[in-house]
Design a protein around this ligand. Structure first.
Ligand code: C2E
Ligand code: CA
Ligand code: CA
Ligand code: CA
Length: 275
């Protein structure tokens, strides 16, 4: 049993033991899945709100489980982070996404999620530089999406990491913007290029005016600091119209397209979106 440890366990109960066993089982299965190529990437388009064109994609990992079907990342990214598997897994995601962007042969931006664990593992900029070289990906076409939690710990070292990544010429995005702490202070310190407005704010657009004011403020903040804004989780026309009117730069969401397997994403690129 674990006593008051860092992860908040206080008393032991059998259901917790079951949960731990399940987690360990999942960790082993995931490692095997990774080795047996059961992970796949889906690609969700980002649309330029001025032109209506597909400006790029976000790569999102899925586990194609032989028995359970498509397992969403929220069911296994946490375990991958806890076990450290996220480091090789994340490198694989980055490589695969860059290869695909190069294969499409268009000036599209490819966004890849970078977890805190990956960001803090050794020389992250060196790792990214290797992947860029291996795949022939132009640095300016790669966008790394990081959450604010990346900026919260060990700031000097992490600032150095951000600066090294910037020096490669890759684009840096602040993911889930507005959901973390100290967002404003960190924006002055860290040279981010893009703000991604979290889905929870977009969800509430069209209802309360306070929520609309909040999103509008984020868009203005982006403009003021010379950062692009991307809104995620757009599910209806009202949200899209409001964001366009606000001057938000890019939009991503089920209304425009769900994340797609590579074949469907390629088809969509050839056909274009109906907007
Ligand atoms: P995220 O980075 O915030 O990614 C956006 C999530 O919102 C994706 O969920 C996407 O499918 C979903 N989404 C997009 N549009 C809509 C919409 O209109 N409505 C709703 N309800 N959802 C929408 P997904 O693919 O399940 O990924 C969940 C999270 O898992 C991601 O959140 C990201 O934090 C993490 N993740 C996914 N792929 C990777 C990866 O390769 N590496 C790492 N480190 N994390 C990843
Ligand atoms: Ca993201
Ligand atoms: Ca989000
Ligand atoms: Ca997220």
């Amino acid at each position: 049993a674990k006593d008051a440890g860092g992860d908040g366990y206080r008393t032991y109960d059998p259901s917790m033991h079951d949960a731990l066993t399940r987690r360990l089982g999942l960790a082993a299965d995931l490692r095997l899945a990774f080795e047996q190529d059961e992970l796949v990437l889906h690609y969700q388009p980002k649309v330029d709100l001025r032109t209506g064109e597909i400006a790029g994609f976000e790569a999102l990992v899925r586990w194609r489980h032989p028995a359970r079907g498509m397992v969403p990342p929220l069911d296994f990214i946490g375990v991958a982070e806890a076990t450290g598997l996220i480091v090789p897994l994340g490198r694989w995601v980055l490589t695969e996404a860059c290869r695909q962007a190069v294969a499409w042969g268009r000036p599209l931006r490819m966004a890849v999620n970078l977890s805190v664990r990956q960001f803090e593992d050794g020389d992250v900029a060196g790792m990214v530089a290797e992947v860029l070289a291996e795949t022939g990906m132009p640095p300016g076409q790669l966008c790394l999406e990081m959450t604010e939690s990346v900026l919260l710990t060990d700031t000097d070292e992490n600032l150095a990491r951000i600066v090294s990544l910037k020096a490669l010429g890759v684009v840096l995005a602040m993911d889930d913007f507005g959901t973390g702490y100290s967002s404003l202070a960190y924006l002055r310190r860290f040279p981010m290029d893009v703000l991604k407005i979290d889905r929870s704010f977009v969800d509430r657009l069209g209802g309360e005016t306070e929520d609309e004011a909040l999103v509008r403020t984020i868009v203005r903040l982006g403009q003021r600091f010379g950062m692009h804004t991307v809104a995620e989780g757009i599910e209806n026309e009202t949200q899209l119209a409001i964001l366009r009117e606000m001057g938000c730069d890019f939009a991503q969401g089920y209304l425009l397209s769900r994340p797609l397997p590579v074949g469907d994403a390629t088809e969509l690129l050839e056909r274009g979106l109906p907007f």
